[in-house]
Design a protein around this ligand. Structure first.
Ligand SMILES: NC(=O)c1ccc[n+]([C@@H]2O[C@H](COP(=O)([O-])OP(=O)(O)OC[C@H]3O[C@@H](n4cnc5c(N)ncnc54)[C@H](OP(=O)(O)O)[C@@H]3O)[C@@H](O)[C@H]2O)c1
Length: 239
């Protein structure tokens, strides 16, 4: 059994994710003013955790890279519980243990790192000293189903909002791990080929990451400032 996964994203009208690149509001409002509703709706879902990818974390929260003069193999692949006092947690997929954390929280939410088995014992010490929990996701840190099962069984996490970026969303899509899509379309355009999109699975030509999955439209709502909120159920997810 794994937690329910709702992919909750805001994109430009061309499906791109890098908000710094969107055209600005016609009425002079800032992006932060217009996009506040994204966070309100994220809270409304009443999830146990949000989940984000390593690149998003380094862009918005912790830009520094971990380094150590030594690299000792880990002895135990047991999960670890650090500080878990916040109402909601932030789960971070960082397979190689690259992020240097300066705090045990992101936006006030205690962090749980999802790691590959090749991270060093020094990295696990860094997490423990900082008060950060962790679970393993197989040898390469990409077995999200395994990580999700551990998060449910050992941390009691039943509902997760998957909040990007495109790589981590694409990995979840390919693994059939998304049950619902909550997509907020911001009235702006990026327009440049190659910038991050809602789903960016790194596959080979002709591969279909969403094969055998089907979208059932649930609702459309026009919110403030022309933001359109679309919700879908995804059939064929790997429960
Ligand atoms: N508009 C929105 O709602 C929204 C939300 C979030 C992010 N964003 C934007 O999205 C951009 C970043 O997105 P991104 O797609 O470049 O990166 P990302 O999804 O944030 O992070 C990707 C990284 O996650 C790690 N990862 C862990 N498990 C993985 C797996 N199973 N498969 C693939 N990667 C896995 C990899 O780290 P390693 O490279 O260390 O292996 C990978 O490079 C930023 O511009 C950010 O601002 C927008």
């Amino acid at each position: 059994m794994r937690p329910e996964i709702i992919c909750h994203m805001m994109s430009s009208v061309d499906g791109r994710l890098d908000c710094d690149r969107y055209t600005s509001s016609f009425d002079g409002k800032t992006f932060d003013e217009v996009s506040e509703i994204y966070f309100e709706i994220s809270n409304r879902y009443d999830a146990d955790a949000i989940m984000i990818g390593r690149k998003t974390v380094q862009k918005h929260y912790f830009p520094r890279y971990f380094s150590s003069r030594t690299s000792t193999a880990v002895k135990s692949l047991d999960s670890y519980k650090g500080n878990l006092k916040s109402k909601r947690y932030t789960i971070i997929a960082d397979p190689k243990g690259k992020i240097f954390y300066e705090s045990d929280t992101a936006d006030g939410e205690n962090i749980i790192a999802v790691l590959g088995e090749t991270v060093s014992a020094e990295y696990l010490d860094h997490l423990k000293v900082t008060g950060i929990s962790y679970v393993f996701a197989g040898p390469a840190g990409s077995d999200m189903k395994l990580a999700l099962e551990t998060l449910k069984k050992e941390f009691g996490i039943n509902k997760i909002l998957l909040e990007g970026g495109g790589y981590i969303n694409g990995a979840f899509l390919k693994a059939g791990l998304i049950d619902q899509l909550s997509l907020m379309i911001y009235p702006g355009i990026d327009g440049l080929a190659g910038t991050s999109t809602i789903f960016d699975y790194c596959g080979i030509a002709d591969e279909l990451p969403a094969k055998n999955q089907k979208l059932e439209f649930k609702a459309a709502e026009v919110l403030n400032d022309g933001i359109v909120w679309l919700t879908y159920k995804i059939h064929g997810a790997n429960g």
